[in-house]
Design a protein around this ligand. Sequence first.
Ligand SMILES: [Zn+2]
Length: 113
Amino acid sequence: MHEMSISLDTVNLVVESAKNQGFKKVTAVWLEIGALSCIEAGTIEFCYEIAARDTIAEHSILHIESVAGQAYCFVCATDVILNQRGNACPNCDGFQLQVIQGEELRVKEIEVE
Ligand SMILES: [Zn+2]
């Protein structure tokens, strides 16, 4: 499962960075997920809990923030909101779009003890 490996990577990253800074426990994690990343937030939450088991991030609270999709339309020559990959430009119905935001998956912040 795609989301499971993402969750494991996230937990590893968080645990490593907390340990490197001398912290013994991770209490909360803020994760940014782009609307165009094809990642299910609900599945991530479920997998994260499993991935965090028996690590210093166990029982930490996962906050997921969604980042809107944005693309540049070559026809309109402007930035437009894109809700889903493959959608047409909301202004001109064109498909000459270049995604500029919304594909990211990023650990934004962690809370430690
Ligand atoms: Zn357009």
